[in-house]
Design a protein around this ligand. Structure first.
Ligand SMILES: C[S@@+](CC[C@H](N)C(=O)[O-])C[C@H]1O[C@@H](n2cnc3c(N)ncnc32)[C@H](O)[C@@H]1O
Length: 387
């Protein structure tokens, strides 16, 4: 059984996952030229046509969806690892597969940007094989795709030529050198699958540059750290999250560059928690951040999120001076444990006592139980409390 199938099983059965993560995956590495845990998971998400990187030649040669020219390109330059792009003659760059993220990004952009796509500039960061930028260009937008790896860029260019698109250009660059001076302003910035490949100090500056280059909406698709068990200090800021291994220290440049979905050079990256991310986004100038839930992405892990961050103007509150004065609100780490009392699971003993004890006894013992935290704090509004 190959590793990818192991990974699929692992995503279903926690025991197998635990067993696997004691092995080579524990350091965030996966085989078949992919990056670590994230690559493995993205493999799983994208593994719909059984055409896995590195051994899809057979799949292609038996597939009618690949034309001869594309097959020749694949034989010489390697296969597309993820993005199945429909070319002008109806053939594909790889076996066609559903891309839920593409659908989500395009729908969000159409819904949230206030002008027609043909009047929009779209930036696709770390664009891999260029599908998202190409889709926006096909819809009339002026698109720019930035990607660091030559072999990925060659595939972007191939698809662009096969579609004779002149509204998209692909640039070889490191997303960490993004700036408005270099690329101008964009109505839509797509930052998918790259933030979690950066170390914390780069991520902080990168988010600042995202805000600098975005005049409308940032569509940010990323893994977030669920437990924030580690810290990274950047300037005077403390970020919570966890470190993630992209490469081994001993890996040479070539080995690093061959991991087509991984960071280009940094050995570790830092996955921030949602709270740290939200604070960075609002500090950078995004005035509201929405979590995108539909269109859905069936089968995606719960730590993979899509956010739409809007570059707006801070709203003044005219009807409440106190509310107006609060300024930026810091998002606290960890989920609030507060919830309505009706949601709490009550023990049999509790339910029995509640039923049989007279109200006068309950009034006496409740404050004591609250003091020792057996009961949650009283949330009854002031006006409803018995005088
Ligand atoms: C996991 S893939 C994500 C691709 C695509 N954006 C998506 O959402 O499916 C990460 C991509 O980022 C590229 N990449 C990694 N580090 C980069 C950097 N510092 N600058 C530009 N591209 C980078 C990789 O070559 C790869 O194409």
């Amino acid at each position: 059984m190959d590793r990818i199938r192991c990974a699929c099983l692992a995503s279903r059965w926690p025991e197998i996952r635990a067993w696997l993560t004691r092995g080579s995956y524990s350091r965030g590495r996966a085989e078949e030229g992919q990056d670590g845990e994230a690559g493995r998971r993205e493999c799983i998400l994208r593994w719909e046509g059984h055409s896995l990187p590195g051994r899809n030649r057979k799949a292609y040669s038996s597939s009618v969806e690949i034309n001869e020219k594309t097959q020749k390109f694949i034989d010489e330059r390697g296969a597309w690892t993820a993005m199945a792009i429909k070319l002008a003659d109806g053939t594909y760059t790889r076996r066609p597969a559903v891309d839920y993220r593409l659908k989500r990004l395009v729908q969000c952009a159409e819904d949230l940007v206030k002008k027609p796509l043909k009047d929009c500039r779209v930036l696709d960061l770390a664009c891999l094989e260029g599908h998202y930028a190409i889709e926006f260009a096909l819809r009339g937008a002026e698109a720019v795709g930035i990607e660091a790896r030559d072999v990925n860029l060659e595939k972007c260019e191939y698809a662009r030529e096969m579609l004779t698109l002149d509204r998209v250009r692909f640039v070889k660059d490191d997303v960490r050198s993004l700036s408005r001076a270099k690329y101008g302003l964009f109505d839509i910035v797509i930052c998918s699958g790259i933030l979690y490949h950066l170390p914390a100090h780069d991520a902080v500056e990168f988010i600042r540059q995202l805000a600098e280059t975005c005049s409308g909406v940032l569509l940010l698709d990323t893994y977030v750290s669920l437990y924030g068990r580690e810290r990274s200090i950047v300037g005077r800021r403390e970020l919570r999250g966890h470190f993630y291994f992209e490469h081994n220290n001993s890996d040479d440049t070539r080995t690093r560059s061959e991991r087509l979905w991984a960071s280009i050079d940094n050995v570790t990256s830092f996955w921030v928690t949602q709270a740290s991310l939200l604070n960075l986004l609002s500090e950078a100038g995004f005035t509201s951040v929405l979590e995108v839930l539909t269109p859905p992405t069936p089968g995606f892990p719960k730590d993979r999120k899509t956010y739409a961050a809007v570059r707006g103007t801070p709203a003044r509150i005219h009807s409440s001076d106190l509310t107006d004065a609060i300024g930026d609100i810091h998002v606290a780490e960890g989920e609030s444990s507060l919830m309505d009392g009706s949601q709490r699971q009550k023990s049999v003993l509790f339910r029995f006592a509640k039923r049989v004890l007279p109200p006068s006894v309950k009034t006496i013992i409740k404050p004591a139980l609250r003091a020792i935290r057996v009961l949650p704090p009283d949330q009854t509004p002031e006006f409803m409390r018995k005088k």
